[in-house]
Structure formats: C-alpha cells, structure tokens
Design a protein. Structure first.
Length: 243
C-alpha cells in the first residue's frame, strides 16, 4: 500500500485552502511513496529535488528543529499505487507549482510518474555487476602521476589548507586528560550547539548517513561519527534516548 505525503513549512502558519484541501501551514511539496519515502528529501542526494533540500536546510538554520518539519508532514494513507498517482496529480494541480508561477509547491512535474514496484531479476543484477567489475570498471588501472599528486598536495597545503590559521584544540595541553576534561574542552571548541547535536541525533535515529548529515551543519563527517559512536558529547545525557 502507498501513501501521499505533503511537506508543510513550520515558519508559515495560517489557513491555506486549496479546493477541498486545507492546511495550517503553507505546503511546499507533494509526493507519493511507501515505507520511509517521505524523508528521502530531508537528506541530500544529487538525484533528488535540490530545491526541497535547500528549503529544509534553511528552515533548520532559522532555528527550527527537525521535529518541526517532520511533525508538519501530512499523510493520506493506505491507498493503491494507481490511486496515489491520481491524488498526487490532483493535489499538485490544486495547490500549484512555484516554478510555473501558480503556487508554492517545489514539485518540478505535475506528478503521476514513477516506476515503483519494478523488480530487477537476479540475472540482470549479475549482468550489471559484471559490466562494472574488474577490467570493465571505469577506474580500473587508473594511476595518478607524480605531477597530479604534487598538484593535489599543493592545493591542500599552507594557506590553502582548511586548517590554516586555526589553533589546535589541544595546544599547550600536556599529559593524559580525563574523559570529563576532554568533553568540557571539546564542547567549548565545538562548532555545534546542544540543540544542533539533538537534531543530529534525531537524524541518526531516522537512519541518515554521516555524509548526508554534514550538509546541514558546518562540521566534517568525523564529527558526526564521533557523536554517533558516543566519543564526543557523551556528557549530554539527555541525548541517550535518541541513540
């Protein structure tokens, strides 16, 4: 069975009526799917609609929690796929698309598309695997020349390094630190706020990978990994229930 999901903007409360549909917040995307399809747009993927991703990122930057977005998603549940296509097209038509100037939706089409339910046979999978393995792999036998390696090194050295001008967090520290001391020092130097860590933990619980989460915050993947594994922010006990 399928469902229709509608993203609503938590920043724009009000009465939004479109035909027989009414919302308490402005809708900005309509989609159909099953399982966890509704949160695919929250994580970054070059194949997804980048405008939805950017809007969600902006909502988070303006101080809203990931829960504010999730709680504002409306569902029409337990419907057959053909019916979900019909309702999706109807909603997009009623509410209107931003790109064509007749509504707020960030949908890039009129809906009703998709190849849900398509099954790839094991034979086809093996063929695809063989076509992209070993000698057939596009990177097979590729070696970087010394000149290329030198250019890469120069592009990331000195003032071009992402760490240039930054003071090491442990500068001047001697001997072994206790875990409590380490956590206090880490938190004082962290780019993340406690609220952002709460958001990250919620994204981790929802199944997002580190490489997607970093797109929302000004940190690298290792910082997300440390939070996931409890190596950093371990003193924030209220986060335990997330993980």
């Amino acid at each position: 069975m399928y469902y229709i999901y509608i993203y609503l903007d938590p920043r724009k409360a009000g009465k939004y009526k479109y035909g027989s549909y009414e919302f308490d917040f402005e809708p900005f995307y309509v989609g159909k799917g099953k399982d966890k399809r509704w949160y695919d747009h929250i994580k970054y993927n070059k194949h997804y609609n980048k405008f939805i991703y950017k809007k969600i990122k902006k909502i988070l930057k303006e101080g809203f929690d990931i829960n504010d977005i999730i709680s504002k998603i409306k569902f029409i549940n337990n419907i057959q796929e053909h019916k979900s296509f019909e309702i999706e097209k109807e909603l997009i038509k009623e509410i209107g698309r931003f790109d064509v100037g007749n509504g707020p939706l960030l949908n890039m089409t009129n809906g009703g598309e998709g190849v849900s339910g398509k099954i790839v046979s094991e034979k086809t999978k093996k063929k695809l695997s063989k076509l992209n393995s070993g000698l057939n792999h596009p990177q097979f036998g590729t070696h970087r020349s010394k000149e290329t390696k030198r250019k890469i090194s120069e592009s990331q050295s000195g003032s071009k390094s992402v760490h240039f001008g930054k003071i090491p967090w442990n500068k001047g520290m001697k001997g072994n630190m206790t875990s409590e001391h380490y956590n206090k020092l880490f938190i004082s130097h962290s780019k993340l706020t406690v609220k952002e860590v709460h958001q990250i933990c919620m994204l981790i619980k929802l199944g997002f990978k580190n490489k997607y989460i970093v797109n929302f915050y000004n940190v690298d993947a290792s910082s997300i990994s440390f939070i996931r594994n409890g190596r950093q922010w371990s003193k924030i006990r209220s986060l335990k229930w997330f993980l």
